[in-house]
Design a protein around this ligand. Sequence first.
Ligand code: ZN
Length: 242
Amino acid sequence: MKWAILSDVHGNLEALQAVLEDLDREGVERTVFLGDAVGYGANPNECLGVLRRRMERMVAGNHDWGAVGRTDISDFNEAAAAAIRWTGRQLFPEHRTFLTELPLTHFEREIFLVHGSPYEPEEWHYIFTPSEAAMGFRALVGALAFVGHSHFPMVLTQDEKNRIRGLRVSEVTLDPERRYIINVGSVGQPRDGDPRAAYGLFDDVSRRYRLKRLPYDWASAQKKILQAGLPPFLARRLSQGV
Ligand code: ZN
């Protein structure tokens, strides 16, 4: 079965549409979303409408729960907090209920889905350092997790001696002897220096994983952010991929 794994759309409708068109071209059979539908971008309701139609499974991100008051946002930076307050005011009641009820994790066909880390999902830990990766692997049930949250695509592998490596590769065939935590990057606000929308494709028969990058109309997304009165930095960063 061919999976598409999307994460961190953050209200960026232009990026989401580019990715969804690509899913049709790729002949994807299973669609999952790893959280942060909203926050930062100017189209939270539109993105939620589309995601709810097109994604078969969704888990919650910190911005999703932040926008509906289900998680504390006191550690958000000023731009992120301003965007969350704005988003909270925009959300349609039905989307608000939907976000409030989103689960933190999902486990299906040996694949674990979570926004931040398998370790304490409700604490939204990032996986950047070796010790954060080790915590994630220790908590992981099974041999494969897909994560988002950092907006930084990465393939982490753990061998039979518990040695962990981080690979910045866009294609890899998963070794059945190893465990993996794979960050699929961000659809709507990439931060790895490449402004193109990112998402992951995984074939669970061939065990081939691919990170895809797609250009989209970021000028329109930027213009909408400025028109909405959101912090200008949130517009600027889209064309820089930071
Ligand atoms: Zn995010």
